[in-house]
Design a protein around this ligand. Sequence first.
Ligand code: ATP
Ligand code: MG
Length: 419
Amino acid sequence: MSIGCVRGTRDLFGAELEQWQRAEDVFRTVSAAFGYQEFRTPIIEHTELFARGVGEHTDIVGKEMYTFLDRGGDSITLRPEMTAPIVRAAIEHSLVRHAPVTRLWYMGPLFRYERPQKGRYRQFHQYGAECLGSAEPEADAEIIILAHDVIRKVGVQRVELRLNTLGSPSARAAYREALVAYLEQHVDQLSEESTRRLHTNPLRVLDSKDERDRPVVASAPRLTDYLDDESTSHFRAVCSMLDAAGIAYTVDPLMVRGLDYYSHTVFEFVTDALGTQNAVCGGGRYDPLFSMLGGGNVPAVGFSIGIERLLMLLEVEQGGWAEPKGVDVYLCSIGPAAVLPGSLIALRLRRSGVTVATDLLRRSAKAQFKEANRLRATFTVTLGDDELAAGTVVVKNMQTGEQQTIASGELDRFVLAAR
Ligand code: ATP
Ligand code: MG
């Protein structure tokens, strides 16, 4: 029996991979335009990092992590998210001490043991950015605009920005207490999931997707009533900066995001085109996280974009992937005497930056021309006994069918000029 890939993981190749590479170019150039530098962390971290940084009672830590003991007996986890690793690294390398505002971006695979379905995988990928060191609303606005611009530059239109504030940690704590008191009075009307969350992660009850929770949530105390002046004016400032930049959004008072470390601004870019996997990007301010990980008081804000969902959305909007690019030249060597000279011509072309495919199977001219078509070569260059004797090659333009004989020394210049 043959071996397939692990459930919830996928191979990337062909036209789809070409879209990924295009998106990755956008991530690099737009991040650089905003002054963000790439950061790469290891795929494995100490389990403790996520237990402390993401929170024991979140879905991620509670039921989604790939955790194992390594041969030395240490508990290791495949990273399920990137913010805790970035903050771990920023503390470890004293980044914020060296540059009071540190702007970082990342891209790479993440692992969550979830039920695989469309838009939900066990290995998936995120691009994201973190702005470390500023508590000011302009940092929140910068991060949201970066996420917005990246999504647009990739070519995706069908997303909506949802925004909310959780307030300062003390406002959030006061609200949490009021919410728990209220939910306790209505516990008989709540779903099992929400009953379980009531004491572990009560804010999550607000964005429950279970119909049974809706009426209870509808008359729950409002977070907005618990915001102190500082929280309100911070949120207003973020909103007015987005207004000034012409970024549309809706305020959604029930959006709380899943993680423990958020405070003040939280946001999501959602779409109506991917069924229930509707979140393409999630982010927010996480001022408490540095101190939770022993890094002192460093305010920070960031986001992450799910690359699979972003590109699924692009595919839906564009109605499918465009064909991948073909090679510039298919080099067709006919007869055993042409094999070595042909491969040397291919080598010369490749070294001058032309993409070249060759046969390697010593097949007939007909079979090689078929292969040139399959690879969508721009030119097919033929080298047989006659051409060898004359020091020439025959170049065929595969689009027009036009064919001409040129000196083999002229080939590089000819192909480069025609590209
Ligand atoms: P969801 O509500 O869909 O589970 P989430 O809140 O768990 O999302 P985040 O932790 O905020 O997601 O991660 C940011 C983004 O990463 C999401 O908006 C989504 O695009 C993507 N993402 C999260 N989990 C997965 C997954 N299992 N497979 C593919 N993409 C994912
Ligand atoms: Mg999730």
